[in-house]
Design a protein around this ligand. Structure first.
Ligand SMILES: [Zn+2]
Length: 327
């Protein structure tokens, strides 16, 4: 068939231009983030992408949780095996978990058999409420489950604050199985190792290693594209020690906790190297007899191009100062 090329009258072009301009300005005025949602048809921030055969990830926004990104600001991954699907992270709400499940169903007839929570944060565990309702088992590190048991209601309140009606259906739903150290799971043709490398970003951080796929779903052990957050409970010295064991696996493909899938070189830059850099700068302040106030002036410009830099850089310096003061 031959395509008919239509000539648009100038008035139509002007009109379309005006509409685009208005919509564009509207987005700037109302969205909290410079990067608009990648998948407007879904509450998911982006549609799952295939990382290697059988391993998919819906990459979250690399900014703070907002109504616009529905709290999908971490990576929600899944592994399709010959005997069921393993999901990594509940997601920040019931509706996010449900949306992820819809995506999984379009890719495979295999049922979801197990959900892993990378730690006890809201965006790892709040969506457990959906999966529990589906009768799916949920596993996490004992410390992550304990943290969520203690703080789950507050975490839920905060999520309801930004997610409003999108929070519907979400309740605090604890993992039904916990472990410490390493747990090996065989699901159909796939060997899956849940590994605790030690103290890192928050209590009960774990990574999911798929040795045959030469891939690791690192959880918050590793960051990419955005500045990592140092929390009250973050142990930066411990994180650097744990990093050695993580790096020793020498894995080719890394699905980080945040940011697009990449490799060890990249996550090393934005995790290990940043921690060493910031600790080095804080040490200089301490050596010069500086006070907490002085940590705010630390130059972190080599990392200023990362998302969430504005929100986190000063706070990170302050927390590392408080940690190192007593080392
Ligand atoms: Zn996270």
């Amino acid at each position: 068939m031959k395509k008919v090329r239509r000539k648009w009258p100038a008035t139509v072009i002007v009109f379309l231009f005006a509409v685009t301009l208005i919509l564009g300005v509207g987005t700037l005025a109302f969205a909290n983030q410079s990067i608009p949602d990648q998948y407007p048809e879904s509450v998911l921030y982006s549609k799952p992408v295939k990382v290697v055969d059988g391993v998919w990830s819906a990459i979250g926004a690399t900014g703070p949780p907002t109504y616009e990104n529905s709290g999908h600001n971490n990576n929600l991954s899944f592994v399709i095996t010959t005997d069921g699907v393993l999901v990594v992270n509940g997601g920040a709400s019931y509706t996010l978990a449900e949306a992820l499940h819809q995506e999984i169903k379009t890719l495979t007839d295999q049922p979801v058999k197990l959900v892993v929570n990378e730690n006890g944060q809201g965006h790892a565990m709040l969506g457990n409420s959906y999966w529990a309702g589906q009768g799916v088992s949920i596993i996490a590190h004992a410390d992550a489950a304990e943290g969520f048991r203690e703080q789950g209601e507050d975490i839920l309140d905060r999520m309801e604050g930004y997610n409003r009606e999108k929070a519907k259906g979400t309740i605090v739903s604890l993992p039904d199985e916990t472990f410490e150290g390493t747990k090996v799971i065989t699901m159909g043709d796939t060997r899956i190792e849940l590994i605790t490398f030690g103290p890192a970003h928050s209590p009960g951080d774990i990574s999911v290693w798929l040795p045959e796929k030469d891939l690791i779903i690192s959880g918050d052990m590793a960051f990419h594209q955005r500045l990592l957050p140092v929390f009250e409970e973050t142990e930066t010295a411990g994180w650097l020690e744990s990093w050695e064991d993580f790096a020793a696996l020498n894995v080719t493909h890394v699905i980080p906790g945040h940011g697009v899938p990449t490799n060890m070189t990249e996550v090393t830059k934005y995790t290990k190297d940043y921690l060493i850099y910031l600790r080095g700068k804080v040490q200089e302040v301490l050596d010069a007899g500086g006070a907490l106030q002085d940590s705010y002036d630390i130059d972190q410009s080599p990392y200023a191009h990362l998302d969430t830099f504005e929100e986190l850089a000063k706070r990170n310096a302050e927390r590392v100062f408080r940690e190192m003061e007593f080392e």
